[in-house]
Design a protein around this ligand. Structure first.
Ligand SMILES: *Cc1c(COP(=O)(O)O)cnc(C)c1O
Length: 380
């Protein structure tokens, strides 16, 4: 018997099921090259989580009741394409159900869009820094990410993004408001940017944080004008269901049909669908979440600016602290004060707006760093 198949009793006891040799099968090279998702520092021990843009408001009793009812039929597959949730979203937004696709989170929908419309040889333009998942999802389908630097105010740079389009470009992702900087394009800037994209290039507008924006959504008129526009929405943020996994997209019926075809069946669990439907009908709950964020955001931004940190206007449920070289130091200070935050090395720290006490802990952490944390992140 070859050594490599020796069950190795001692190893078995140490790590049951762990083979003694490494696999010789190899993932595709694009997968091997992907950055790995990471957890924020201190996430399991901190008192407050401000690192993942979750809502601090738990599901309402109405939502919990719907979850319980759905769970009782957990032995049965959900509907094939989430017809009931699609119908509810259609009724709420006055959109034909053929233009709506639902899924287990908007990120998995984005993966399916990219699988359907891009792939090897395709380029996908997106702003950077923006949502960490974009380059990973683009890489997984074999396409090439074309990151375009943000402008000096940490916002999308429309002219540079349009200039980055070439003959191989198949899609452009717009994150508005942008994660992690919170910046947003004005309605006019957004319209002009989309108008500048050639019709054969898909525009994917990720509106995960739209409900927290200072601008009302204009996607109905934009979609009417631009058939190449796909809008992504989520139940994870303003609906407070990040742990349930539900999102949807709005697109021309032809695009919606292709995305459904490219998606695994039963992508939305019975429980997630029930929770999303209940959340959609519980307007008071969403209004409360949005109100808590708007109030808390104003408090946090004001406190940070008073401490000399130049915080860009945020249209989301988080704020961006561009502290540059002092990023790791600030992250450690926040964790020491009991708050997990999302740090992007040498760029800045993203803080989710949460409980007042958590915000005050972040402000105290900034104080811990001492005076002189200026907009460029350098000590005065
Ligand atoms: C949080 C977030 C989402 C939501 O993803 P889900 O899969 O729906 O939870 C999408 N896009 C951005 C930019 C986000 O920050």
């Amino acid at each position: 018997m070859s050594r490599s198949f020796d069950p190795g009793i001692i190893d078995e006891q140490e790590r049951p099921g762990m083979p003694r040799t490494s696999p010789t099968v190899r993932a595709r090279s694009v997968v091997a090259a992907l950055p790995r998702y990471t957890r924020a520092a201190g996430l399991s021990d901190v008192r407050w989580r401000a690192s993942s843009n979750e809502s601090t408001v738990p599901p309402s009793p109405h939502i919990l009741a719907a979850i319980r009812d759905a769970a009782e039929r957990g032995n049965l597959y959900p509907s094939l394409i989430g017809e009931d949730l699609v119908a509810d979203i259609g009724a709420r937004l006055e959109v034909d159900p053929a233009q709506i696709v639902v899924g287990g989170g908007s990120i998995s929908l984005l993966q399916n869009v990219l699988a359907a419309y891009t792939g090897h040889g395709a380029k996908v333009v997106h702003a950077w820094r923006s949502y960490e998942a974009y380059p990973i999802l683009i890489g997984v389908v074999g396409a090439t990410a074309v990151p375009v630097p943000l402008d000096e105010n940490f916002g999308h740079d429309p002219a540079a993004m349009l200039a980055a389009i070439d003959d191989d470009t198949r899609a452009m992702i717009l994150c508005n408001p942008n994660n992690p900087t919170g910046t947003e394009l004005s309605p006019q800037q957004l319209e002009d940017l989309i108008a500048g994209v050639p019709e054969h290039v898909l525009v994917i507008l990720d509106e995960a944080y739209q409900e927290f924006s200072r601008y009302p959504s204009r996607t109905a008129s934009l979609r009417a004008r631009f058939p190449n526009l796909v809008v992504l929405r989520t139940f994870s943020k303003a609906y407070g269901l990040a742990g349930l996994r539900a999102g949807y997209l709005l697109a021309h019926p032809d695009i919606a049909d292709d995305v459904r075809a490219a998606s695994p069946p039963f992508g939305l669990s019975r429980v997630a669908e029930a929770a999303a439907r209940a959340a959609l009908s519980d307007r008071a709950h969403t209004d409360h979440i949005v109100e808590v964020v708007r109030e808390g955001r104003a408090h946090l931004v004001e406190g940070l600016r008073r401490r000399g940190i130049h915080v860009p206007h945020s249209g989301a449920n988080f704020v961006w602290l561009p502290v540059g070289e002092r990023t790791a130091e600030l992250e450690a200070a926040c964790v020491a004060r009991g708050v997990s935050v999302r740090a992007f090395d040498r760029e800045g720290v993203r803080v989710t707006v949460g409980e007042r006490a958590a915000q005050d802990a972040v402000l105290t952490a900034v104080d811990d760093l001492g005076a002189g944390t200026r907009q460029d992140g350098l000590t005065a």
